[in-house]
Ligand binder design. Structure first.
Ligand code: G16
Length: 544
């Protein structure tokens, strides 16, 4: 069994984005491409000799091949043990659970999240550290530097191992433990939530639920937990068999891409609860009977109802949200008298706050929420959280949300995405807008006075690191905001995200249509940034 060193040379496009390296499968299929990134990752981790690594992915096309490559390289680079999900499968939250449970040194997660899969789709890879969370910026920067100078990588001259056999195998000097992909995760969920109360709710004949796994990784997790363990009616989980191309779909749980579920939930006699998760199982969308819960409201309502949940009923240390997420959770934090943090987009920024116990719940407008139970966002966890709230409060989702608005006011919120616009145009738009920002302060625009306008910069209160250029913000005296960012997860051209928010506390004005309530700010955003003029787009690709 020989360790071999393969000569290689750098690729110039291996800079990790918001969440690792995401590219077209065809790019990853280039000779040495994946290997270079994996070796650069190992090179950035210091001494890995004798350490344990976790490996798994969302099962998309190229997943199994990548797992085999990583196993041989891990062995050749000195890891003592690798824990792999059966058939190379682990949802992103499950990978975080397994890293933490085994005190592993870190993990490699293979996923391009909600991006479409298949031979012409996307693939992705990211490194998570020993706390179970995405590598912080100092590590991702070091990985990128390594990719720019790499000249060889280490691997084994050895046949592939069988990823289907649960149990222990040997690969060179390294032990490979193939584990059940679901059981550790399911065990943790049973510790956090009141499974008895949820089972009683699911057994009630008037309660119906539909969970759309979108042919992605959450299917086996949702079937085991919701149907087998909690007794939800068979068929509650739809599209529950993971496919390497996600059935040709786009497993992004939002109102546009989760159309099958949305059609069910906005029909007559809709179920009480509808939910969907994404490609790698870390996102969630929550729907009631003819009712959509925005991710920002979802986080606020989870926090306000923490007393319903066994794991959180003794109180939250704080709430953290990404900067473009609405300020609805801030109002709950204020009432609870707990810390509230505003971080850049990217789950990695929550890790320090969670580790330092300065936040218990975290969330993002991009359909992500999670807690200190792991260091990733967690789709099914959010669904169980809502089920537990419903079991305790015995009200409909719409009633719970509307009652929340009556108490706290409503943060009308929308995100407009313009996908696949040419990168140079997107850059020009952002540069020109940023140049305008200093002149805006004090002006009255869309009937509001601009209080601040800047490029968001984050000072991490735990390690005092600074992350600059995290999005252009225009904030108004009344708390309304318009935010512009370029996505860090797209693989085609650039995706411009425009986030718009306005607060309303008048009890008679809480039931408006969101797009209408925000229409003046939406028009202002277009005018200020010249979206239509520069991109030629007259409407967004996706509105959430
Ligand atoms: C990733 C990150 C999230 C981020 C989202 C969107 O999620 O983990 O923190 O909010 O991307 O990022 P962007 O706006 O840059 O596209 P996921 O589910 O894609 O891994």
């Amino acid at each position: 069994m020989a360790i071999i060193s393969i000569p290689s040379s750098p690729f110039d496009d291996q800079k990790p984005g918001t969440s690792g390296l995401r590219k077209k499968v065809t790019i990853f299929q280039q000779e040495h491409y994946l290997e270079n990134f994996v070796q650069s990752t190992f090179n950035s981790l210091g001494d890995i000799t004798g350490k344990t690594l976790v490996v798994g992915g969302d099962g998309r096309f190229h997943n199994e091949h990548a797992v085999q490559v990583i196993l041989k390289m891990a062995s050749a680079n000195g890891f003592a043990r690798v824990i792999v999900g059966q058939n190379g499968l682990l949802s992103t939250p499950a990978a975080s659970v397994v890293i933490r449970k085994n005190n592993a040194f870190g993990g490699i997660i293979l996923s391009a999240s909600h991006n479409p899969a298949g031979p012409n789709g996307d693939f992705g890879i990211k490194y998570n550290i020993g706390n179970g969370g995405p590598a912080p910026e100092n590590i991702t920067s070091s990985i990128f530097s390594n990719t720019q100078t790499i000249s060889s990588y280490l691997t084994l001259d050895e046949a592939d191992i069988n990823l289907n056999n649960i149990g222990t195998q040997q690969l060179g000097k390294m032990v490979v433990d193939i584990i059940d992909s679901v059981s550790d995760y399911a065990e943790l969920m049973a510790e956090l939530f009141d499974f008895d109360a949820i089972s009683t709710l699911l057994a009630d004949s008037s309660f119906n639920m539909c969970f759309d796994a979108m042919h992605a990784i959450t299917g086996p997790y949702a079937k085991e937990i919701l149907e087998n363990q909690l007794g939800a009616k068979p068929g509650t989980v739809i599209n529950g068999t993971p496919l390497t191309d996600f059935g040709g779909g786009h497993p992004d749980p939002n109102l546009t891409y989760a159309k099958e579920l949305v059609d069910v939930m906005f029909a007559d006699n809709a179920p009480t609860l509808g939910a969907a998760s994404d490609g790698d199982g870390d996102r969630n969308m929550i729907l009631g009977d003819n009712f959509f819960v925005t991710p920002s409201d979802s986080l606020a309502i989870m926090a306000a109802n923490a007393n319903c949940i066994p794991a959180y009923k003794n109180g939250l240390s704080g709430i953290a949200r990404s900067m473009p997420t609405s300020q609805a959770p801030d109002r709950v934090a204020e009432k609870l008298g707990i810390e509230c943090h505003e971080t850049p987009t990217g789950w990695k920024f929550f890790g320090n706050l969670l580790d330092a116990e300065r936040a218990t719940l975290c969330g993002e407008e991009s359909f992500g929420s999670g807690s200190n139970h792991i260091r990733e966002k967690d789709g099914l966890w959010a669904v169980l959280y809502w089920l537990n709230i419903l079991a305790v409060r015995e009200q409909s989702i719409a009633d719970i949300v509307m009652q929340h608005w009556q108490e706290y006011g409503r943060n009308y919120y929308t995100r407009h995405d313009y996908e696949a616009i040419p990168s140079d145009i997107a850059k020009q738009l952002m540069t020109e807008l940023e140049q305008k920002l200093p002149e805006l302060v004090g002006l009255t625009l869309a009937d509001r006075t601009v209080k601040y306008s800047d490029n968001f910069s984050y000072l991490d209160p735990v390690d005092h690191s600074v992350s600059k250029n995290q999005g252009l913000r225009i904030g108004f005296e009344d708390g309304s905001r318009i935010i512009f960012r370029l996505s860090g997860t797209g693989t085609e051209g650039a995706t411009l995200r425009v986030y718009i928010e306005a607060y309303e506390s008048d009890p008679d004005m809480l039931g408006q249509n969101t797009q209408q309530a925000l229409s003046k700010l939406i028009n202002l955003a277009d005018n200020l940034a010249g979206i239509t003029t520069l991109t030629g787009r007259t409407e967004p690709t996706v509105i959430t």
